[in-house]
Design a protein around this ligand. Structure first.
Ligand code: AMP
Length: 457
């Protein structure tokens, strides 16, 4: 998964992009980058690691100009290299192109092969690079026309921010998998994956970029938009509401906090926990769902697990032993709260089951008498090909085990997942118009032929 931010028609474009990326750090902690353009001159900073560690206000001075885009990247550990850090930047005879992408293309391998057959040389393993090559060849006159031409035949998920010359171009795939919001800051136009990044720079939300829409912004703040394809039923990623986005954000036009509380309330109705003493969340991603669960079941909410904030989502380890240790480094249980109690532990999802098993062991070691686990998304039974880094099917605990077996494996007294209909009915603007392939197996496109090689985020 990734976070993207872009701004045009502002004298401090790079400095504001830097700020915006702080608010999108949860969407990717592996690498970050910023590109800025001034009078045809383009400058870039890219680094492995966190925005706060790698970029300073001082370093932003090398990135002057009224137009800038930025990116935070998350992928699996193995494919984490500086070559794959974004924004991608190329110089060619027509000028320069910079591109920041959130999502996963599902036919990038085929498109890349075609381009390689025609002589293209690639410098990364990113799926997004095919769009850059296509853009460099596009014949259309205007930047938005070039991007529409480049995206023809490209399948899968993309929210894109591109700089062509000094025009900032934003685009969302026709099914609208990943969010992209447009805002205003005085005369400047701002785009971001989530509205929390507009808040930090003081911009106000104008609207979502529509599925299939391309918006071009000139450095004077003038805006043109075109629609790539006739509107289709969207396939917004429901997991953005469940886990990925920040609760203080609005994505897809809805509040993430409201969505998660509604999921928690619905979960409490579907799987009550009578007789429990209290509810607690696995911080931070399930805080709002746990609040909703506690409210609907009339139980107190306690802070029984404390999370170490110096350990991020990057701490996910490639080995099983590493993952087990990770749980202890990342969380600790509060004995004074848990000892002798029957408790409800709310989490947003169970992926491999490793975190959950470790957490249940921690909670039991702290003296909990009974542990009832409630999950605010349905069992994850298939991988995501559209930008969420879920592992292959073999590693997904719910792809291979029944709910009863999972309960036994993770060591809980009872386990309840929200139903698919319950989840889709609880999120804003549901129940239709969402992608829920990882839960339902209903993939809106055919799966990519070589998904693991080109996984990007
Ligand atoms: P596990 O079941 O051990 O794989 O981990 C489940 C935990 O990981 C839950 O607490 C989720 O909040 C979190 N989680 C869910 N999806 C992802 C993801 N794509 N990347 C990282 N963490 C995730």
């Amino acid at each position: 998964m990734c976070g993207i931010f872009g701004i045009s028609a502002h004298a401090d474009a790079a400095a504001l992009t830097h700020l915006g990326l702080y608010s999108l750090q949860h969407r990717g902690q592996e690498s970050a980058g910023i590109v800025a353009v001034k009078d045809g001159a383009v400058n870039v900073l890219r680094a492995m690691g966190l925005v706060s560690d790698k970029f300073s206000a001082e370093s932003m001075r090398t990135l002057s100009g009224p137009v800038a885009i930025g990116h935070t990247r998350y992928s699996t550990a193995g494919s984490s290299t500086i070559e794959n850090a974004q924004p991608a930047l190329v110089r060619f005879k027509g000028g320069h192109i910079a591109l920041a992408h959130n999502g996963n293309l599902t036919n990038a391998t085929e498109v890349r092969r075609q381009l390689e057959d025609q002589g293209s040389i690639f410098s990364s393993t990113m799926d997004s690079e095919v769009i850059v090559h296509r853009l460099a060849r596009a014949q259309a006159e205007r930047p938005e026309g070039k991007l529409a031409e480049a995206l023809q035949g490209i399948e899968g998920a993309y929210s894109l921010l591109v700089i062509i010359g000094d025009t900032l171009v934003a685009a969302r795939d026709p099914l609208g998998w990943r969010p992209l919001v447009m805002g205003r800051l005085n005369g400047a136009i701002v785009f971001a994956s989530e509205s929390c990044a507009l808040d930090i720079v003081g911009a106000t939300i104008e609207r979502e970029v529509a599925p299939g829409e391309i918006v071009a912004v000139e450095p004077d703040g003038s805006v043109r938009t075109i629609q790539m394809s006739a509107p289709a039923e969207p396939r917004r990623c429901v997991f953005e509401y469940v886990y990925f986005a920040r609760p203080d954000s609005r994505v897809f036009g809805g509040s993430v906090d409201r969505a998660r509380r509604a999921l928690g309330r619905r979960l409490a109705r579907e799987h009550p926990a009578p007789g429990a003493d209290f509810v607690f969340s696995v911080p931070d991603s399930s805080n709002s769902a746990a609040l909703g669960f506690a409210e609907a079941s009339d139980l107190p909410l306690e802070l029984a697990l404390i999370r170490n904030h110096y350990v991020g989502r990057t701490f996910i380890q490639p080995t099983q032993q590493g993952r087990d240790e990770k749980v202890k480094v990342k969380y600790n249980a509060v004995r004074e709260i848990l000892a002798g109690k029957s408790v409800v532990m709310v989490d947003d999802s169970i992926v491999r089951g490793t975190t959950t098993r470790g957490l249940v062991a921690l909670v039991r070691a702290a003296g909990a008498r009974e542990v009832h686990m409630r999950v605010s998304s349905p069992p994850i039974t298939g991988p995501c090909y559209y930008g969420i880094d879920t592992p292959d099917r073999e590693q997904l605990i719910a792809a291979n085990h029944s709910v009863e077996e999972i309960a036994r494996r993770i060591g809980v007294d009872s386990l309840g997942y929200i139903s698919l209909d319950g989840m889709l009915g609880a999120v804003p603007d549901g129940p239709s118009g969402f992608c829920h392939a990882c839960f339902s197996g209903q993939y809106p496109t055919k799966p990519p032929t070589v998904p693991e090689k080109l996984r990007l985020g």
